[in-house]
Write a protein that binds this ligand. Sequence first.
Ligand SMILES: [Zn+2]
Length: 408
Amino acid sequence: MRRINPVRFTVATRGTSREINRSIALNLVRAKQPISRADLARAMGVRRGAVTLIVNDLLRDRLIVEGAYGQTARGRRPQFLYIDSRRRAIAAVDIRATQTFIMLTDRVGQGLTGVVSLQTVRDPQKLAATIGSRVLALVADHPDVEGCEGIGVVVPGMIERSTTTVLHAPTLGWRNVNLREPLVAATGIDDVQIESAGRACVLAQAWGMRDDLSATTGPLVFVSVSDGLGVGVMVRGQVLRGRHNIAGEFGHVPLSLDGPRCSCGANGCWEAYVSNRATLARYFGRPTEPLGPGTPDQKAFTIDDLLIRARARDPRAAAALESTARYLGLGLASLVNAFDPSRIYIGGEITAAWDLIEPTVRSALVERALIPAIADTEIHPVNAGEHPRLQGAAALVFAPAFAAPEVA
Ligand SMILES: [Zn+2]
């Protein structure tokens, strides 16, 4: 799926698909809304008549709506066009090893409700049934929402796109799990999209950039630090998947061959050094629990508590966090050496302490960077309050409507 650049594009001419112009118009409305028909025609470089046909098409399919009238010096006041983000909602679901989060969003990924959470049970059928009933309850509790048009789910694992099978989710202990069918059965909603958290997050960031072109010229990388470590890579507007849908799983690239045990069963993966579980294990001076719930004191004491203690200069917490920062930077150096990205996004609770860890992350990155220029690679922490994983889940449902049609 390729994102259309709303600033640099080539409008289709006679003989090429009218789908392309429709997609360009939709992306321009999204990027520049509110926009009048006249301005849309100017932006596309086509006649008013041609734009009228495309706009009528998009209005009929309820992808855009007409809103307020604009001001003009003379003549008829133009009626502005918007993306139809009212009423029809998307259910965004973020499954993590310990907890699952759900929120309803509009068709551009903005939250319509608060976030509800539930404990993640390991049985996929039971989990799907619980998620389904919570989604339906959320819709019922919000009468202004007309219905739910799709469910986007991010999981901490690798997904086979054609069958939406979870191939392997190490922190959940899942292999070849079909989550889609029980979710459809529980909700009656057919459009269920499932993707790895890292990939969904990079997709959502790319779609959220709008006119920000500075970062769209090169690859984008998203590193999601949570119970595990998810990575998503976007190259030339396409999410990198590879032949077997495991491309970009940098969380399981080893930093050391005899390092701590990882959730995938191997030793020394990047994830085993920088996940929240790894940071907490370092704080407690224990090996990382491979799977399953931690001991009671570890469960009660979260990464947020550790960050508070580190900020209050608790030496043990500060040291655990400092080590995580260094390992994070070393892994980022591998990513930068592999993809030379325009921008790296970091998501997860740890971003709340970005001011504390950034100098160490950067110095570790520079230490392993192949050329000095790499040192200024943009690193953007994404605030946990923006719910990047839920935005990623929503993007799985809405992005296809805006994506460039496949052409030769
Ligand atoms: Zn691993």
